[in-house]
Design a protein around this ligand. Structure first.
Ligand code: ADP
Ligand code: MG
Length: 737
């Protein structure tokens, strides 16, 4: 990838968590990760290798060991990024690493404890403090969204119906790039509000996690904040800058055990971590720089992070590690990925005056409401003055500002009051006027009543408009006005000092790293030798050093080769499984599905480039669907299928089983009391009689719980039923309709 002037590389920092209790009790092997905070280096020891084997060293933009504080990480590595977002850049922070290494701790941390608050809550503080301290000619609009990707489905965590909501779709637009369609976005006016949004999302996530074990370590969570800022430019017009911040807590990066997984399970396993392996491929392709194709489209996550990796964004990756020896392989893989990501070049630029800025829409709407409102009030004022008989002329200036506006508002209110009083007085006068006819009086009173109603309606409309205007306006944050900064001067100074120190540390580390590189290069140039012996000694020393370095690199190559072979074998195995399954499916299609059916299905298939997958076209074309499918024929309303007039009458009569297709069961109870008296006497004759009575359909006895149409009494002969039907049909033709 070519480095141009505006390009900058992805910043990669590594954080190692402390040993947990279980790991501490596991034995003396201890910690395999060492860190050089000054140089930004991680030194990894292989617990199974002999002591003579050289340790692996990786260099990053910053490293944070087990004793590091949340605040240090934020001030040194995240603060500059958030500042850029506030200046209108896109920014992304993502935490990558094995499950249980502290991704969620780093991104969210413990909310209640100020020492343990993670990147996200600190970013909230940062953004709103910045707004409260900015100049009053700046207007801000802050929005937040929260989503998760689980099994390649995007779910809106702020949707109240999250658990049952359908998966959201990705769309691409030339202005904003890739975005999620129909994603809820909440306008937030304070830290408290945005924290509330975060909590709502976290709760939705937690519900998912209890439903499904392992959910949270298998799902990616993205918290998106959009900060729009409008400020008058040198040309006097308001310019809008839009900064988008993605805060990403990725799923655990550990390898899924693939052995013994086949068929559906295999596909499922592949899908669970598809996004993560696709992310790995994207990072590799970008870091490699030679491959032209970057497989962003392979997963939802990589598409969403398309701008953050190799695009228009500033990105910080926090790779998290566990220090325990049993996770050596995973730790090494994480470090390799992180080290590869360092080579990714982004081209961040300020998003100035984008077409879809919501702030502009808000400003327009507010201006429109304001104009409407002031027009109404001017009108009221004008009327008042006409009523009072003052000749009033409105000058051409449409804008009403400050005191003048307040005065207009007061006058408008007064006008409404005066007008009400006047109407009341007139009504009273009409009532008392003895010369008017009762009819005339009624009419005049009605008219006045109507006028009063109009006045009230007008007033209500104005009130509604005012409420709407105020609600809209309150959503826009004005620099230094809406949010009151409670920190005192001393605290502010302290904060500034801390930021300065963080900046200093960062610069020092950068310089140290540069010096280290330059030292190696210039060592040779600086050396002058007084004797041959000295030269031999110095060169032998250097040779040894270089030899050690060579061995390190050889070991690294071997490792990478091994890993490559391993992942290749895994891929081959997966491919074989899938090929076998495909062959099996082909076999079924070829032998059991008639060719014309197959062709029909094939013809319905279309490729959806947006979703990147094949889909079936609907059987009924979309345009004719509405007319064909919506209306049920008049004869079928209330029934399962169209039904003739004759059959309806038959059903109403309940006579013949043939017409009982809609409901073939009788479920009503026969409420006649059970006939037990005859059994008490228990003579055979009586028993027979009672049984024969029970057979008679016309005199139902006993409780019959349900009866299907085939049990219908035989005594209704087809001829008699048809006679009665015919009779009924002729007798009640209207009743049946
Ligand atoms: P992940 O999200 O990567 O699966 P978590 O953030 O849930 O991991 O961390 C697992 C556990 O380790 C949590 O109990 C967390 O409090 C603890 N932990 C992680 N990182 C740190 C750290 N830097 N300092 C102290 N505790 C940590
Ligand atoms: Mg987590």
């Amino acid at each position: 990838m070519s480095k141009n002037k505006s390009s900058e590389s992805v910043k990669v920092v590594v954080r190692c968590r402390p040993l947990n209790r279980k790991e501490e009790s596991n034995g003396p092997a201890g910690c395999i990760v060492q860190m050089d905070l000054r140089l930004g280096q991680v030194i990894l020891r292989n617990p199974r290798a002999p002591a003579s084997e050289p340790q692996k060293t990786f260099t990053f933009d910053a490293v944070y060991d087990a004793n590091s504080k949340q605040r240090d990480l934020y001030d040194e590595s995240v603060r500059p990024l958030i500042d850029s977002v506030l200046a209108g850049f896109n920014g992304t922070i993502f935490a990558y690493g094995q499950t249980g290494t502290g991704k969620t701790y780093t991104m969210q941390g413990a909310w209640m404890d100020p020492e343990k608050r993670g990147v996200i809550p600190n970013a909230f503080d940062h953004i709103f403090t910045h707004i409260s301290r900015s100049q009053s000619d700046k207007q801000y609009l802050v929005r937040a969204s929260y989503l998760e990707i689980y099994r390649e489905e995007i779910r809106d965590l702020l949707d109240p119906n999250h658990a049952n909501a359908r998966a959201l779709e990705l769309r691409e637009s030339p202005d904003t790039g890739v975005y999620v369609r129909d994603l809820t976005s909440c306008v937030c006016k304070s830290i408290k509000e945005i924290e509330e949004v975060m909590n709502v999302g976290n709760q939705a996530r937690a519900v998912g996690a209890t439903d499904m074990n392992e959910h949270s370590s298998r799902s990616h969570a993205l918290f998106l904040i959009t900060v729009e800022c409008s400020q008058p430019g040198p040309d006097g017009r308001k310019h809008i800058r839009v900064g988008r911040l993605n805060l990403v807590d990725l799923a655990g990066s550990e390898r899924q055990a693939k052995t013994g997984v086949q068929g559906e399970r295999l596909k499922e396993a592949a899908k669970i971590n598809l996004s993560l392996s696709a992310l790995g491929n994207v990072i590799s392709a970008l870091a490699d720089g030679r491959s032209g194709h970057v497989p962003y489209r392979d997963s939802k996550l990589t598409r969403l992070l398309q701008d953050s990796l190799g695009g228009n964004a500033k990105t910080v990756m926090v790779a998290t590690l566990g220090p325990a020896p049993q996770h050596y392989e995973e730790t090494l893989t994480t470090l390799r990925y992180a080290s590869r990501a360092k080579n990714i070049q982004n081209q961040p630029k300020v998003n100035e005056d984008p077409k879809d800025a919501l702030l502009r829409e808000f400003q327009r709407e507010i201006a429109r409401l304001r104009a409407q409102l002031s027009h109404r009030k001017w009108r009221s004022k004008q009327k008042k003055e006409q009523v009072e008989g003052e000749g009033w002329e409105r000058d051409g200036d449409e804008e009403t500002e400050g005191e003048e506006e307040v005065e207009v508002e007061k006058e408008a209110e007064e006008y409404v009051k005066l007008e009400e009083q006047r109407l009341e007085r007139e009504k009273e006068a009409i009532r008392e006027d003895r010369f008017l006819l009762a009819e005339e009086k009624q009419r005049l009173l009605g008219e006045k009543e109507r006028m009063m109603g109009d006045l009230r309606k007008e007033q209500e409309a104005t009130e509604q408009l005012t409420a709407k205007y105020k609600a809209m306006e309150s959503k826009l944050l004005v620099g230094g006005k809406n949010i009151i900064d409670h920190t005192n001067e001393q605290q502010k100074m302290l904060e500034m000092k801390r930021q300065e120190i963080a900046e200093q540390t960062r610069r020092e580390r950068e310089m140290q790293q540069q010096m280290m590189v330059q030292d190696d290069e210039t060592l040779e140039l600086r050396e002058t030798f007084t004797s041959l012996q000295q030269e031999v000694e110095a060169k032998t020393k250097k040779l040894k050093k270089l030899y050690a370095k060579l061995q390190c690199i050889k070991a690294e190559i071997q490792d990478v080769n091994d890993e490559h072979v391993r992942s290749r074998q895994e891929l081959e195995q997966t491919q074989n499984e899938l090929t076998r399954e495909l062959k099996f499916k082909y076999l079924i299609i070829e032998n059991f599905i008639p060719p014309e059916e197959k062709n029909k299905i094939m013809n319905r298939l279309t490729f959806d480039p947006e979703e990147d997958q094949w889909k079936f076209q609907p059987l009924v074309p979309a345009e004719s669907k509405s007319s064909q499918m919506k209306k049920r024929p008049a004869s079928a309303v209330g029934y399962k299928r169209p039904i003739s007039q004759y059959a309806r009458v038959a059903i109403a009569m309940g006579a013949h089983s043939r017409y009982r297709a809609e409901n073939i069961m009788f479920l009503e109870l026969d409420m006649t009391p059970p006939n037990t008296a005859s059994l008490d006497r228990s003579t055979d004759a009586e028993l027979n009689q009672s049984l024969s009575v029970d057979n008679s359909p016309t005199k139902d006895r006993g409780v019959r719980k349900s009866r299907s149409w085939c049990q219908t009494p035989k005594s209704i002969t087809s001829s008699s039923s048809s006679v009665s039907l015919a009779a009924c049909h002729t007798a009640t033709p209207t009743a049946a309709q």
